[in-house]
Design a protein around this ligand. Structure first.
Ligand code: BV8
Length: 253
């Protein structure tokens, strides 16, 4: 049987990545839906909704402060680093991430599209307050739960909670890039959360070659051109070397 022709990456290939919690798993950040996943605890899911967080901001901040402490202690792994090196080596690559940990940026990727915001920015929970989101890297947080200096409402992490719309500009940027992509890599996501998972479907419908990297099959597997099972810290550098015909060599530093 004729082997499937390998996809060939050149410097003009437009590569986009949709990453999920699985890309940060080897860095030590827990995923959401595995056996010990965060979202198995319904009380925690509630805290990741606007109503749930505001009903108990102290509990909400306890949850997010703990995650910030965990993320601060973690480092980018070979999956994040191999994407950042690809960019440094002059390939046209854009990361669209569901993650809020900023490990892609810490690895050196730029122009990362953060679909769900980031836990390293705070914003006022009062939608009509003039205060804009700001960086905050206090680990642990200085107060039990921080209050807005302008309107004294509780501050919250600048992440997209469940039942919240994603930022329109962010969705437009992700859409535009997905529609201008030759190779779409779906890395470490269960493909359950929308609209994020929809970008993989859109890429496929738009004719991109879609490769899924995961440790198990997901609900996106059926339409992917390839699914490569294994830890993405290993499978991703290998795939990039294979698809560039060895032009690109991941240097683990
Ligand atoms: C929206 C930020 C319109 C916060 C997150 C009913 C009511 C309300 C809404 C809905 C509803 N039904 C559906 C919806 C829409 C909802 C949704 O999709 N729900 C799902 C659960 C069904 N979406 C929304 O609410 C979105 N907004 O739709 O607005 C609206 C408005 C009002 C009312 C209705 C709709 C907003 C979604 C954003 C939510 N915020 N996070 C925080 O993190 O605290 S979502 C959360 O899930 C994270 O961002 C996470 O990234 C994301 C997706 O999860 P994954 O990244 O895929 O992680 P997961 O653990 O699931 O999978 C990890 C994968 O990695 C696994 O496959 C595993 O096998 C693999 N893996 C593990 N290790 C490795 C690996 N792979 C490779 N290598 C390894 N080493």
């Amino acid at each position: 049987m004729q082997d499937k022709p390998i996809f060939r990456i050149t410097k003009s290939t437009k590569i986009s990545v949709l990453s999920g919690a699985g890309i940060s798993a080897e860095s030590g950040i827990p995923t959401f839906r595995s056996a010990d996943g965060l979202w198995n605890d319904a009380n925690l899911v509630k805290l990741a909704t606007p109503r749930g967080f505001l009903a108990d901001p102290e509990r909400g901040w306890e949850f997010y402060d703990k995650r910030r402490q965990n993320m601060a202690a973690c480092k980018p792994n070979h999956a994040h680093l191999s994407l950042a090196q690809m960019e440094k080596d002059g390939y046209d690559i854009t990361v669209i991430t569901q993650n809020i940990d900023r490990l892609h940026q810490r690895a050196g990727s730029t122009g990362v599209i953060e679909l769900h915001g980031t836990v390293w920015e705070l914003k006022c929970s009062n939608p009509s307050c003039a205060m804009s989101p700001f960086e905050n890297h206090d680990v642990p947080l200085k107060e039990k739960y921080p209050i807005c200096d302008y309107c004294h409402s509780p501050l919250r992490p600048n992440v997209v909670f469940f039942e919240e719309m994603l930022d329109e500009k962010v969705v437009r940027a992700a859409n535009a890039r997905t529609l201008d992509t030759d190779l779409f890599l779906v890395i470490g996501t269960s493909g359950i959360v929308y609209p994020a998972a929809g970008f993989a479907e859109l890429a496929k419908m738009n004719g991109a070659y879609v490769v899924e990297l995961n440790i198990e099959e997901t609900q996106l597997t059926y339409f992917c051109d390839e699914t490569r099972l294994g830890k993405c810290g290993e499978t991703l550098p290998a795939l990039l070397e294979e698809f560039t015909g060895g032009e690109y060599k991941f240097i683990s530093g």
